[in-house]
Design a protein around this ligand. Structure first.
Ligand code: PEP
Ligand code: MG
Length: 546
């Protein structure tokens, strides 16, 4: 592994954690030079484009299938987006119009159209939307490859597992990877919010972006540190030894944590904490059960809406909620009602364009106005409550009046179900505390509901006035800011005065540096992503709080 060449150290941005040691393979995308050709039979050319579009859709459907089996619905969702992009009328019309108007070949029309879309996405302010340019690039290459009768290059045909280095990787390229032959991914371009980064995390590869590399590193030994963002090429003996030791520690840590799967979440001096999981879809429940969570502390129901082309029906929602409730077999499942708006938007909602979407039309505000959507969801939740231990939680609350109105609608929906002889179960009702107003009013609010769950992601954003979507702002905020911790303490005190329980379901719940402090504050429940359950359980078991 040590070559005698000089070690080089690159700094990138860590987007998926883990450590990898191995040889580097640079993925060169085949240059796909498109030549513009003028032709007369535009009708035949449009038919050729249509055929290529169908072929590309079939190719993407195959990738979607593979992603579904290997990554589950969340990981495969992007390929549904790619199929939708291929059916997008703006895209199809633009290509056919170009062929007709300029009498050019389909390859050239596709390239020009994609270029237009890519420029539009790249010019947007929002990092997430900028990252969508990569998706357009991806489908453009699929259609052009299909017009040429070729299949897009697979990133890696090397036999041994490698550290894959690329300028950028499209989601479809990541999904095509043979996991057993990849150790880590390093790219030059690509945002933290890109689907490529999300998929790498789901597949369990360490990944860095923002690394400026030269072609000479191809085939050389390397080390990827997905915790710090460091990338070493030709590591010297000491660095290699250091990282081999870190890898060993990492494996030992995972092995130790696995032993806690069925253990209690209890401190050394006997204080029990309810440790729950956050999920976005039914498929997430498997890993939650494997790690022995006490319940679902947050089911982000809006993901059912985001993954759909139109409003999910009452039956579709009922099936999803029932499946989760049944799988959790008596353990509490807290379904958060639709928290759409801000970064989470679906076209069919036709939400207005907003200058400050995080401060705009979202969460309970939409539900209390669009009561048709809200009632459909409530009917599905109440019916699912016959099949398990289900609770309802309202997001983005800023006033007592909103909570009373939501509860009133629940009563109306129950009366409607009674009138139709449809059975439903009783549910507890709680709210998320994620606005400064809800903290301030927590004493009054605690008299209205059965529980509180603190959403520290939004609470931090609103208390510190720091956009949670903008990674450039992370240097200005401290996730342990005393204002946020003080707010949590106040909320816990006010909840307990009224005799209701209080949990935390934002990302801070998984921060083990704060576990002891949360226990001392009297927090009753922590709800975290399934991958963090064991680490938090270990942290609780290491505490003595009396
Ligand atoms: C939060 O704001 O902390 C939260 C859990 O909700 P979301 O991250 O879905 O906004
Ligand atoms: Mg929130």
């Amino acid at each position: 592994m040590v070559t005698g060449r000089t070690m080089r150290r690159f700094e990138g941005k860590a987007v998926s954690d883990g450590i990898a040691v191995g040889h580097i393979k640079i993925f060169q995308k085949k240059e796909c030079n498109v030549i513009r050709v003028t032709l007369n039979d535009t009708e035949a050319e449009i038919a050729r484009f249509e055929q290529a579009r169908e072929n590309a859709k079939r190719e993407i459907a195959k990738i979607h299938e593979k992603a579904l089996t290997e990554l589950g619905e969340a990981g495969a969702a992007i390929f549904e987006v790619h199929q939708m992009l291929l059916d997008d009328l703006n895209f199809v019309d633009s290509v056919t119009e170009l062929i007709e108007r300029e009498k050019i070949n389909a390859e050239s029309a596709v390239e020009t159209t994609c270029g237009k879309f890519i420029a539009m996405f790249e010019a947007m302010d929002n990092e997430y939307m900028q990252a969508r340019a990569a998706d357009v690039r991806d489908i453009g290459s699929q259609v052009i490859a299909s017009l040429r009768g070729t299949v897009q290059a697979t990133p890696h045909d090397d036999e041994r597992p490698v550290i894959l280095v690329a300028d950028d990787l499209a989601p479809s390229e990541i999904v095509r990877l043979d996991r057993s032959r990849i150790l880590a991914i390093v790219t030059h371009r690509g945002a933290v919010n890109s689907h490529a980064a999300i998929l790498a995390g789901t597949m369990g590869f360490p990944m860095l972006t923002g690394v400026e590399f030269g072609e000479e590193i191809d085939g050389q030994p390397g080390i990827v540190d997905g915790y710090t963002g460091l990338f070493f090429v030709n590591p010297d003996a000491a660095t290699l030894e250091e990282y081999r030791a870190k890898q060993k520690e990492e494996a030992e840590r995972a092995g130790q944590l696995a032993k806690l799967r069925m253990e209690d979440t209890v401190t050394k001096d006997g204080r029990r904490l309810r440790l729950c999981a956050n999920i976005g879809c039914v498929e997430d429940v498997e890993a939650v059960l494997q790690n022995g969570a006490d319940g679902i502390g947050l089911f982000r129901s809006e993901f059912l809406y985001l993954g759909a082309k139109d409003f999910p029906t009452e039956e579709e929602q009922f099936e999803a909620y029932r499946a989760v409730a049944e799988k959790m077999a008596g353990r509490e499942v807290i379904i958060r009602t639709l928290d759409i708006g801000a970064d989470k938007s679906a076209e069919y909602f036709h939400l207005p364009h907003e200058a400050n979407p995080a401060l705009g039309y979202r969460g309970i505000r939409i539900c209390l106005e669009r009561t048709d959507i809200f009632r459909t969801q409530l009917r599905a939740i109440l019916r699912a409550a016959c099949h398990g231990n289900v609770a309802i939680m309202y997001p983005m609350v800023i006033s007592v009046d909103e909570v009373r109105r939501a509860k009133q609608i629940v009563e109306q929906v129950k009366a409607e179900l009674d009138g139709q002889n449809v059975s439903y179960g009783e549910v507890k009702q709680g709210i998320m505390i994620e606005t400064p107003a809800a903290v301030w009013l927590s004493e009054e609010l605690s008299k209205e509901v059965d529980f509180f769950s603190i959403g520290t992601n939004d609470l931090t954003q609103y208390m510190l006035a720091l956009d949670r979507q903008d990674s450039r702002l992370s240097v200005f905020g401290d996730s342990h800011h005393p204002a946020v911790l003080g707010a949590i303490r106040t909320v816990v005190e006010n909840a307990h005065k009224s005799g209701i329980w209080v949990g935390i379901c934002g990302e801070l719940a998984a921060d083990t540096a704060l576990t002891e402090e949360f226990l001392r504050m009297g927090v009753d429940e922590l709800s975290v992503g399934q991958a963090r359950i064991l680490a938090v359980r270990a942290a609780v078991r290491a505490c003595t709080i009396s």
